[in-house]
Structures are given as C-alpha cells and as structure tokens.
Design a protein around this ligand. Structure first.
Ligand code: NDP
Ligand code: GDR
Length: 364
C-alpha cells in the first residue's frame, strides 16, 4: 500500500500533538480520521484549519465522536475507518490534575490503550493495523540513571505516570502475545504555540506577554527548580510516524538531550519580551523582579505536586542511529516562537480592552 492510500486514526486529535500529527499525515497524502470528545463548547480550535466539509470533493479529513472510556465508540470507529495506523494520543495529560482525578486518569490513560488494542483484536486487524502509544518520560519519575534511555528502569511519581505505565506494558504485551505491530514512543516534554495553557511553558509565555502589555501583574508558579528536556511538538510528531514505518515494531525515546530549569525558561521567555528578571529569595519566598523593581513572578505552593519529578533528561541515540531522527528546532527557537504567538494574542486582548471591553481571564 502506498502512503497516498494510507488511512490513519488519531485519538486526541484536538490536542497539541494531534493537531501537528494530523497536519503532518495529511501532508503525506494520508486519509486522516480523528476521534474527538463531545464537549459543550467547540474544542476544535487547533484543527479548524484542516476541516473539510463532507460535501467537498476528495475529503481526506474526518472527525468522529468517541471517548477513550467508551469501548463501543472505539470499536465502531476502528471498524468504520479500518486504519492502517492508529496513533493513541488521547489522554488526561496533566500530571497535577491526575492527583485530583486519579480514577478517571487511570480509566482513560491506562484502560483507554487496552480498549483500542482489544478492538484491533476483536476486529481481526492484528496484521493490518499498526498501533502507536503515546508513552512519556514521566515513566522515569524518580530517575534511576541519567540521561534516560529505553533501558532505564521506570519509577512513576503520579497517578498519570502510573496509568501510562500500564499503557506502556499492555502495548508491549499485545505486541508479544498477538503479534500486533505496536510501539511506545517515550516522548520527553514537547511544546509549541498551541501547548495547553496550564502547562508550565505556555503558562509562562502567555503570562509574560500579558504582563508586558499591562494586562496582568504577576505570574504565579510552583517548583522553579524542576528541570526538563523541552523539544518542539512539530519535530516529535515526525518520530511518531517514523516509528510505524519500520520492519519491526520497537520502542524509542524521543528527546533533545538538553535540559533547562523552569527558572531558565522564565528567563529565556523574558528576554524574548525585552525584559530581564532579577531573582531574590529562596524556596517559597523566591520572587522575580523586572528592571523597574516590580515583582512579576512569585512562587505559589498551590502548584507544588504531592510527589514531584525533579529532573528529566533524555538520550535519543537509538532514534538517531536507527531512524536518523534528530530534533531540528532548538530550545531558543521554541521559546521565541511561543513568545511571538502569545504576544500577538495579548496584543489582540489589549486592543479590545483599550476600546472599552474587559475580557474575562479564566486561565490560571
Ligand atoms: P493534550 O492535553 O494537548 O491533548 C490531549 C487530547 O486527548 C485532547 O484531544 C483531549 O481532548 C483528548 N482526550 C482527553 N481525554 C479523552 C478521553 N477520555 N477520550 C478521548 N479523548 C480524550 O496532550 P498533548 O497533545 O500534549 O499530548 C498527546 C499525548 O502524548 C498524551 O497522551 C500525553 O499524555 C502524551 N505525552 C505528551 C507529552 C508532551 O510533552 N506534550 C510528552 C509525553 C507524552 P480535548 O481537546 O477535548 O480536551
Ligand atoms: P509535566 O509538564 O508535568 O512535565 O508533564 P508541566 O509543564 O505541567 O510541568 C513541568 C514542570 O514544571 C513545574 N511547574 C509547573 N507546572 C505547571 N503546570 N504549572 C506551574 O505553575 C508550575 N510551576 C512549576 C512542574 O512541577 C513540573 O516539574 C508534561 C505533560 O505534557 C505530560 O502529559 C507529559 O507526559 C510530560 O510532560 C512528559
């Protein structure tokens, strides 16, 4: 089968990675089916530019209502779409939220993967469908060696990571037990201008843009010392696809091999806005001041997690050696792109405000 005729199903298509992957696969000539949840407000902002009216000719992009917690919808959609590749990106993906909704997180993130693998089996598609599982560097949690690679032992530190650990192993088990072409991409943190607004990078670029334009006074953060290996989502979705194009299914770490702290990210983003931050105090009393001496960053213990992942650093040598993959977008370019896009949207809000309308800010 040529790539032109290939059909893919993406769960989590309305999320950050789903949007980038859908665009990438459509660019390769795929027919793309996406699973989206029913929500009371539209949740398709990130993929609206890909939408095609069903009445158009040669439609290659289809959305279906479904949910990872609902086997019937998953089985039906797989039966209808008969995808050659399934990318399971859907998840309750927020680590802090998983402490508040541990059971739902397990249901969607752990059992969701099982439900899809069972659907493949029930429909007799073991030999015709390849499966990608969105695994995560959070599996390493309390790290046992650094940098982390495919053979590094796991030590999950949140209900999210524990649920993803189940999904990781059920993917390996269905590969070994039933011969399904199933792989785990162990992806380290990856960001973009469409990153969810409550993940730390986007929270920072969005807040600093608004502070610069006088729309907000202060950015409240949790652990400034946490260290992450941050890449760009555009680079990482390419690896998801590459992993499904091999002869044999395997698991891969996807990372940049460079690590920064949350504080470093704040400094880098501030520089993009022409601001500089002076840090004073330590621990919960640490604060960041701008050149005019105004406090614009404060630590709020509300954002601390019951068990934290202090440091993650990936070694993606296997991806480089076997698939020739290396990230193309640097940390500096990532921060610059996110800052630029958030400044644009803050400028829109500022214009609206200047003309007498006060938009509500529901985001934290
Ligand atoms: P997002 O949170 O941006 O997107 C998650 C997607 O899953 C959204 O489309 C969301 O729908 C959907 N979803 C959530 N719950 C359900 C459910 N019960 N049924 C169906 N759909 C559901 O995540 P990312 O795009 O950043 O991440 C993609 C995947 O990769 C996730 O599984 C995440 O855990 C994993 N991952 C992410 C990393 C990262 O740094 N971004 C790193 C490693 C792994 P809606 O839009 O309606 O909320
Ligand atoms: P993470 O991403 O937990 O690594 O999970 P997040 O951006 O939420 O946190 C990164 C680190 O920053 C610290 N932090 C804060 N985090 C948030 N969200 N808000 C804050 O105010 C804040 N202040 C400090 C956190 O404590 C943490 O140490 C992401 C998700 O995309 C997962 O789905 C994915 O599996 C992993 O990345 C790899």
């Amino acid at each position: 089968m040529t790539a032109r005729e290939k059909v893919a199903l993406i769960t989590g298509i309305t999320g950050q990675d789903g949007a980038y992957l859908a665009e990438f696969l459509l660019g390769k000539g795929y027919v793309v089916h996406g699973l989206k949840r029913r929500t009371s407000l539209f949740n398709t902002d990130r993929i609206d530019h890909l939408y095609q009216d069903r009445h158009e000719k040669d439609v290659r992009f289809f959305l279906h209502h479904g949910d990872l917690t609902d086997s019937s919808s998953l089985t039906r959609i797989i039966q209808q779409a008969r995808p050659a590749e399934i990318y399971n990106l859907a998840a309750q993906s927020h680590v802090a939220v998983s402490f508040e909704e541990p059971e739902y997180t397990a249901n969607s993130d752990a059992l969701g993967a099982l439900r899809i693998l069972e659907a493949i089996r029930i429909l007799g598609m073991e030999k015709s469908t390849r499966f990608y599982q969105a695994s995560t560097s959070e599996l390493y949690g309390l790290v046992q060696e650094s940098p982390q690679k495919e053979t590094t032992p796991f030590y999950p530190r949140s209900p999210y990571a524990v649920a993803k650990l189940y999904a990781y192993w059920i993917t390996v088990n269905y590969r070994e037990a039933y011969g399904i072409y199933a792989c785990n991409g162990i992806l380290f943190n990856h960001e973009s201008p469409v990153r969810g607004e409550t993940f730390v990078t986007r929270k920072i670029t969005r807040a600093l843009a608004r502070i610069k334009l006088g729309l907000q006074d202060c950015l409240y953060l949790g652990n400034l010392d946490a260290r992450r290996d941050w890449g760009h989502a555009r680079d990482y979705v390419e690896m998801m696809w590459l992993m499904l194009q091999q002869e044999q299914p395997e698991d891969f770490v996807v990372a940049t091999g460079v690590q920064y702290s949350v504080r470093d990210f704040v400094d880098a983003a501030a520089r993009e806005f022409g601001m500089s931050i002076t840090w004073k105090g330590t621990g919960v009393a640490e604060k960041g001041y701008d050149a005019a001496g105004r406090c614009i960053v404060e630590v709020d213990p509300r954002y601390f997690r019951p068990t934290e992942v202090e440091t993650l650093l990936g070694d993606a040598s296997k991806a480089k050696d076997k698939l020739g993959w290396v990230p193309k977008i640097s940390f500096a370019e990532l921060v610059a792109e996110m800052a630029r896009e958030d400044l644009r949207s803050a400028e829109r809000d500022e214009l609206i405000k200047r003309h007498g309308y006060q938009p509500m800010d529901y985001n934290e």
